[in-house]
Every structure is written in C-alpha cells, then in structure tokens.
Design a protein around this ligand. Sequence first.
Ligand code: SIN
Length: 517
Amino acid sequence: MITTDRVLIVGAGLGALYAALKLAPRPVLVISPETLGEGASSAWAQGGVAAAMAASDSSESHARDTEYAGAGTVDPAVARLVTAEARHHILDLTALGTPFDRDAEGGYVMSREAAHSVARVVRVKGDQAGHEIMQTLIAEVRATPSVQVAEGVLASGIEVENGQVTGVWVEKAREPSGRLLIRTPAVLLAGGGSGGLFAVTTNPPRIRGQVIGMAARAGARIADPEFVQFHPTAIATGEDPAPLATEALRGEGAILVNARGERFMTAVHELAELAPRDIVARAVYLERQAGREPALDTRAALGEEVLTRFPAVAQACKRAGIDPVSCPIPVAAAAHYHMGGVDVDTAGRASLGRLWVCGEASSTGLHGANRLASNGLLEALVFAKICAEGIAAALPAPAETPEVALDFPPGGCVVDETAVARMRRAMTDGVGVVRDAAGLTEALRVIAEVEAAAACEAMRNMTATATLIAAAALKREESRGGHFRADFPQTDPVLAQRTHITLAEALEIRARALEVR
Ligand code: SIN
C-alpha cells in the first residue's frame, strides 16, 4: 500500500490530461495503461469539438440540437451548461497551441455533422482533431512538473470506506503483476467508455468498460447504461477495431448507397445522411443485414480531395486496398460511444464521496439516448475543468508532494482473451443496434458464464459493465435513441426518463431473466 497526497486521475485521454493541467500546480498522479497518446479514444476522434464559434450561431441553438438528438432524455440544464462553455474551451485549446483549421480571415473552419442545424464542429487538418488536441495536451502535461504520469499501469479496483473513496488498486498493464493500493485524498475517473465490449467497434482495444465496471463494483450509481451509440460509418473491412469514416464526410455531401446503387437514406429521414446518428446507424445496419452492402460514396462530393482533406480515412482505406476516389467505401454500424456511465451531478461528483468522473466514463445527462456528434470531446473538456475546480475546493491547499514510486509485487493474472472475444460477440449479437428480449437474455447468459470463470479483476470490471448495459436494455421496454428494441419498436412517452441503476440491481435483473428462461 502507498499513501500519497496527490490527486489520482485514472485514464489518459482528453478529460484526464485537461483536468491534470487545470489542477496544476496541485500534484496529481495520472494512471495510464499505455504511453500517453496511445490507447485513448480521444486521440482517435476524427470530427472535432462542437462549439458555436460562428457569429451567426449560438450556444442556445447548440443546446436545442443536443436535446433534439438526445431523443427526450437530455437534461436541459446540463445541455445549457456545456454548450455555453464551449467557446471558452476552444479558445483555451487554441492558446495552448492546438492548430485548429482557420479560414483566410482567421475564423475557425467548421464541419457540418449529423443533427447539427449548422456547421459547428471545429476541426484540425480535416479529420485529425483528436490526435492534434491530444498532442497539444501531452506536450503541456510533459512540461508541467506537478503532473506525474505512470505509464503502463492499469487501475483495476476502487477502495471505499464508509461511502468515501480512499484509494485505487493498480497493477501492470502490459504484463501480469500483483496489485498495489494507492491511498489518495481524491480520485478522478476519466478512463473512457465501453465500445470495446462489442465485437464491432471503433474504440481502441483497451476501452472495454473497465472504469465504469470498477466504479459500479465499488458501489457507485450508474446512469443510462443501455444507451450505446453505434456509428453508422465504420469502414467495414474486418479490421478490429474498425476504422472510422468521419461523419464530416457526409457533412461535405458524401452519400450512403447500397449494392443496388440506391441512396437508401432519402427514404428513411428528411435529413437523409445527416439524420441523427441512431437513425442512420440503424438504416446502415438493416441494409447490411439484408445483404445489400451499404457503402459511403464520397466521389461526387470530394473526388480526389478525400485523400488530402481526410488523411485518416484515406490511410484506413489504403490499408484495406480501397480507393475512395474510384469506388464507395464499405461501411458498417459499430459501437462508438457510451452515453451511459458513472452517474454524476453537475459538479462531476459520483454517488460515492471523494469520487469525481468526467468524459465518456461519466453520465452527466448531456447526451440523453443519443449523443449529438462531436459533443463528446466538448463534454470531456467542460467537466474536466468542473471536476478539477471541485477537487481543488474540497482539498486543503496543495503542498510539496513527492512522486509516487510504484513497485509492484509479483503475481497477477492474464485476462482470458478467448472469453473476452466470446463476450464481445454476444454483445454485438444480442445488445447491438437492434435488440430484443431473447437476444438480451442470451447475452446476459454468456456474460454470467464469462464472469463465473473470470480470474482477474480486469475481467470482472468488463463483465460488470456488460451486465449493466444488457440488463438496463432488457428493462427498458421501448425504443429510444441508440436503444432500439425490435419487440418494443415504439417510443413510450411515459419512459422518457433517464435510468439510474446500481450493479446490484442489474445483477438482480440478470438473475431473474436467466431464471425464467
Ligand atoms: C465522427 O467524426 O464521425 C465522430 C465524431 C463523434 O463521434 O462525435
């Protein structure tokens, strides 16, 4: 056991690093499973950050679009709070050196993405926003003496005494080791979402719901776990994770076609390819299920410019031997973002004392049942700062605090990747774009089996999150946003409420479902 006065930050994406900088000069310890910049979803974000930067736009309009996309369960106060802060954070990132795309007059170049009423997504080098923002923050973190980064370290448990978080269990991320308990006065969880719990995902390989699961196992309340966002245009070449073809391509006029050459979105929604993401994802999924091979056609909209203006997409196509200049890009719906997460209030506080959560690991009420495009990075920025301010206010004045030495004991275990693959398949098959009671129950059965055989804490964290997602999806007998039930296809106005659930409650739902099977 180690005791430190450093604030402990679990995760190394945008929210984690931004919070570490906002806490400076207060000493913090950032726990990162990978080398900074690798393995965090933030660095893979292509589109950018949604922010009303144009004179003709407003944060009120941005909040309205957020609520509309969220399908009835967005918290309007949170939408107002986050969208009103957006401008401030873009200017802050700019001051730190993020090279946002600018026009000839120095204004921000904005992309249009689905369900935004105007072009409102600030971007970097076309589709490089996540990578470039992260590079800016990493350089800043490396130059900030108060931030200690422990790379190659995985958080796998939370210690709680009398309802207060007192520490975090850590182990080596890249090889087996025994666990160490780091006791700390405050913990910020910023370790990403759950997309990797699904077999088809755009998330980095390690993003498998571990942080949400760890918090749930410690007793933290979880919100909206059933709401998973599937991105409609993951490039379908069998690569795992599936590379993304950013929504900004559709904002530039790229269209979705099927093997018959039909532009199928025009029959589905008046906004066609720019309909809310859940609607486009479902249409793409159904085309693929019907064997009609959906594809994204960028040819008329972008021609050869796709290669230079969207370098990440061009590179992914090249890896798969696809030439987007001469043929449409095959696409599939893939688990992309978890609207659910650790339930937090508007100060970023979880239901356990001394625990703050930001970014995709949290559920603030901003996203409702379907996140508006590029609101993810924005929420991470806004709540990272809010959490940093809350933590600073809750603790005594910072003092000199030595760096923490992590000497891991021998021991440990290796996650059974065959079992992980089985669970991911069950999640995609039963808890994916289109769900029903039978499929959800079968997924819960597989999760329970994997959990019963689990030897590692990391695996139990994954099964906890998978259980929360599937159990809450089974309980919600309606369709709303990213949660579509083939056996309850209508939206039920009576159920226009957020889910608040504990792991114990989810396990009860699971047990009942498996009993009556
Ligand atoms: C995209 O670029 O399509 C993804 C943006 C997002 O997930 O918000």
